[in-house]
Design a protein around this ligand. Structure first.
Ligand SMILES: [Mg+2]
Ligand SMILES: [Zn+2]
Length: 211
């Protein structure tokens, strides 16, 4: 699901951003993007957090994202939010937190171009969320939707995640540079083998991404 087209947040101030970023025709050159997992990459993963008071930004995330934006990358968040399926919080609460998060980035000169989320979980969810969806990572549905909606070339794009599922979803969508950050989940060697690079945190983008 795309935040910008979600019924619940039609009044979101960023509604017009989709139109600005969407390619007018197929002749428009494809863009490059950084796909960002949220929990463990942007913020400390406290588990199913859904309020600004619980949202602690990881050190250096604003500088890193500003750097990537300045290099011409779209910033696209792709986040599994099974806390919605589990009944821990609602899509509306998620939308409010997302608006707040985007405002914090904007105050630091960073525009988050898009936010995609999966509210589903096949076993833990209640109707209508207990479906075998295409969007929950490791499946690539959120990536593929963003690629269509923003005219993104996955071969020029990156994924920053903290789980093997992030790497698998990105790989399935054709994203070529897959980075695991150590600021989130504990990672096995097997997990790390699914990434092209392993960074201490997103802040490493300042030195590791040059174009
Ligand atoms: Mg994560
Ligand atoms: Zn889903």
């Amino acid at each position: 699901m795309n935040m910008e087209t979600n019924e619940h947040i039609k009044d979101d101030v960023t509604v017009t951003e989709v139109a600005e970023n969407a390619p007018a025709t197929t002749a428009v050159p494809l863009r490059k993007a950084v796909f960002l997992d949220r929990d463990g990459v942007i913020n400390i993963d406290h588990g199913y957090l859904h309020q600004p008071e619980q949202f602690d930004f990881i050190d250096g995330v604003f500088e890193a994202c500003r750097h990537l934006q300045n290099l011409g990358y779209l910033l696209i968040v792709v986040t599994n939010q099974s806390g919605i399926a589990r009944g821990y919080y609602t899509e509306h609460q998620f939308a409010l937190l997302t608006s707040w998060m985007k405002q914090q980035f904007a105050a630091q000169g960073v525009k988050i171009d898009g936010v995609y989320y999966c509210p589903h979980h096949l076993e833990k969810g209640d109707n209508p969320y207990n479906i075998d969806c295409d969007c929950r990572k490791p499946r690539p549905g959120m990536f593929n939707q963003a690629i269509r909606e923003y005219g993104i070339d996955p071969a020029q794009s990156m994924m920053l995640g903290d789980k093997a599922a992030d790497m698998q979803a990105a790989a399935a969508a054709g994203v070529t540079r897959k980075v695991l950050v150590l600021s989130g989940q504990a990672l096995s060697d097997e997990d790390k083998q699914q990434a092209d690079e392993v960074w201490p945190s997103i802040h490493t983008a300042l030195t590791a991404v040059e174009n």
